[in-house]
Design a protein around this ligand. Sequence first.
Ligand SMILES: *Cc1c(COP(=O)(O)O)cnc(C)c1O
Length: 373
Amino acid sequence: MNRDDRVKTRKLMIPGPVGLTDEVISALAAPVIAHYGNDWMPVFDETLGHLRRVFHTTNDVFMIPGSGSAATDAALGSLLSSGEKVLIASNGTFGLRMVAIAENYGQDVIHLPFPLDRPVDPNALRECLEADPGIRLIGLVHHETSTGMLNPLREVAALAREYDVPMLVDAIASIGGVAVPVDEWGLDVVVAVGNKCLGAPPGLGLVTVSERAWALMSSQPRRNHGWYLNLETWREYRERWANFHPYPTTLPTPTILGLRASLKQILDGGLEAYYARHTRAARNVREGMQALGFGLFLDEAYVCPMVTAFTLPHGVSQDGLVHFLLHEHDIAIAQGIGDLRETIIRVGHMGLATSDAYVDALLSGVQDYLSKA
Ligand SMILES: *Cc1c(COP(=O)(O)O)cnc(C)c1O
């Protein structure tokens, strides 16, 4: 097989992006259509409707071309002016990224770091909120993909309501894998992407915005942070060019067609069943890997259904294993990031990677490596 063909058969079991179902691939394999007018608007509206069901929300939803980080960048830059205070709790790479984005906007960041293997503690956030009434926004990563940690979003959201401080959630790697009931939990701005648990191609940042978040934005002088990654620009064009081109720029129509196809499949099968697939695959991978001598990086109480981080049996090289799986079994898994680069491997259980075929292939590939290494 040549390189291109091999890449086509590769099983992605990384923490995103994910492989695509045949239905999504067919949706992508079509001529480009224009991103406005009567042919396009029903597709656009239907996709937004599907997204509202997945986010469990009646809030505004935007699809902004870009990656997940673009969506977080748009959210932070739109919500606060430079100099305003944001409280961000972190326990991994993506929490730190949220801090970096806020700092690059010149925001006054109160950073509350936790150890990589501990969930964010709502009591510590409470102390900060109690001590500093100047905090205008709380930021949290729901699923910290660098370790597979699921942070206690519901509890933090309850605090945000108690202290009447809007909340920004990076749900990039949790939407589709576990329920994120945006309205029920009162999550003001939630960012996500299509290319993790939602099984769609990369290229779209997804953002939900509550009334309280719009109120925060309009309560201050216009922020000085540009035009494109500015939620108010997206809202303005939604009104101004409604029913024909309700966004300021060209949209990647093939990517949206792919997302629509994937969301339709998920919703047709039922969200609960889709979450259950993730839970089941994660459990099977964990049990299988533990039987082969791998350890869980996190305490069992904190593991999540979307990504699992494993420590390696004595003498097993993570570089060797990752390379072997890729080249001998056509399976991509991930190494650790940052300080955990050498210590852990990470296996994604997102979208297609939840299938038994993927899980079985992974476990037999790892077994093959151990028998040869
Ligand atoms: C993948 C990921 C990101 C970054 O997304 P990009 O699309 O690469 O910008 C941010 N946060 C979390 C939790 C992620 O898993």
